[in-house]
Design a protein around this ligand. Structure first.
Ligand SMILES: NC(=O)c1ccc[n+]([C@@H]2O[C@H](COP(=O)([O-])OP(=O)(O)OC[C@H]3O[C@@H](n4cnc5c(N)ncnc54)[C@H](OP(=O)(O)O)[C@@H]3O)[C@@H](O)[C@H]2O)c1
Length: 310
């Protein structure tokens, strides 16, 4: 099978389209023939060596990619309910996985799968699992009831746009921090209060929210600079360990590590198919153009998902 491999760690290391052996599913696993795989900020982080100490994958054949859309191709022992040929999507738990999703074939535990509705094309579907499940798990981690106030930073970004929608769906008042050009977008997603991003986002938030908030999903990684906005009893969810502040008296902080969850992903895909959950448009790249997709990530102001088509 063809896979987009990382032969050496480094921020600008070249990506290589390489022929690798076809992986075989073990008990409880399936092999998926990948149609499309999302590209996200975590992938250049993998290329830089950010997960080198934790991953079981070895250079020169490290394969990045956390999410996929494809078709079930082979079943391991004991797998039922996923006939060969079923259209699926999944988020894999990359750190412990034998290989990433930037490959023609991927083996993964069957419980990570969700059916892909016909209405959601593979290239678009492949950009949903990582960001939607991250946002869903972050909002769940806030433990806030209807009526509470929740701030989403980076609200127009990939995780943030889902977080605004999921938080609004729980009945909390959503405050969105995003660039001024994104105000209408994030309001349409469910934000009640909008704070325009500027060079000093923490100061802008403090001025707009003198009474603070009950929860934060910090997709813009503002971390320590905004922890004082959280009222006692509140929760701050960070998306990287280094951007998650230490707890304050009465304020819980949590560094999220997203995990695969086929059951929740299925409800998310169905909501997208019904038009109840908005998704960003997708830019597609061939597997051979992987480096261009990584380069696209580095540019500020991107408002599209990125998908490698195999
Ligand atoms: N822990 C986990 O399990 C997990 C899972 C998924 C993602 N993540 C991480 O979560 C972060 C967000 O991911 P993403 O895919 O949503 O990225 P993204 O699409 O690039 O979104 C980030 C957003 O933050 C905004 N932003 C950046 N710097 C800012 C600042 N100083 N003030 C205000 N807004 C700012 C960006 O605006 P511009 O576009 O205008 O720059 C963008 O809208 C990444 O670091 C990613 O690696 C973690």
């Amino acid at each position: 099978m063809r896979a987009l491999t990382i032969p050496a760690y480094g921020e600008t290391s070249p990506l290589t389209l390489t022929e690798l052996p076809t992986p075989e599913p073990g008990p409880g696993e399936v092999r998926v023939r990948v149609e499309a795989a999302g590209v996200n900020p975590v992938d250049p982080f993998i290329r830089s060596g950010g997960f080198a100490a934790m991953s079981t994958q070895q250079l020169p054949q490290v394969v990045a990619g956390w999410e996929l859309a494809g078709v079930v191709e082979a079943l391991g022992a004991g797998v039922t309910g996923w006939p060969v040929g079923t259209a699926v999507v999944a988020l894999i738990d990359w750190v412990g996985a034998p290989g990433g999703t930037h490959a023609e074939q991927v083996v993964l535990p069957a419980d990570l799968l969700a059916a892909r509705p016909d209405a959601v094309a593979p290239a678009l579907a492949a950009t949903v699992p990582l960001n939607a499940l991250t946002a869903h798990q972050a909002v769940t981690e806030l433990h806030q009831a209807a009526g509470a106030t929740v701030l989403v930073t980076g609200a127009a970004g990939a995780v943030g746009a889902f977080a605004v929608q999921f938080a609004a769906g729980t009945g909390v008042r959503v405050v969105a921090l995003a660039g001024p050009e994104d105000e209408q977008t994030v309001r349409r997603l469910g934000a009640e209060i909008f704070v325009a991003r500027n060079d000093e986002p923490a100061a802008a938030l403090r001025a707009a929210l003198p009474d603070g908030v009950d929860g934060v999903v910090d997709a813009a990684l503002l971390g320590e600079s905004i922890i004082d906005l959280v009222r006692p009893g509140g929760t701050f969810v960070g998306l990287t360990p280094h951007s998650t502040p230490s707890p304050r008296p009465g304020v819980a902080t949590h560094s999220l590590n997203v995990h695969g969850d086929g059951r929740t992903l299925a409800t998310i895909m169905d909501a997208i198919a019904r038009g109840e959950l908005a998704v960003r448009e997708v830019e597609t790249y061939s597997a051979a153009e992987g480096a261009s997709a990584y380069a696209r990530l580095a540019k500020s102001g991107r408002r599209t998902g990125l998908s490698l088509v195999f």
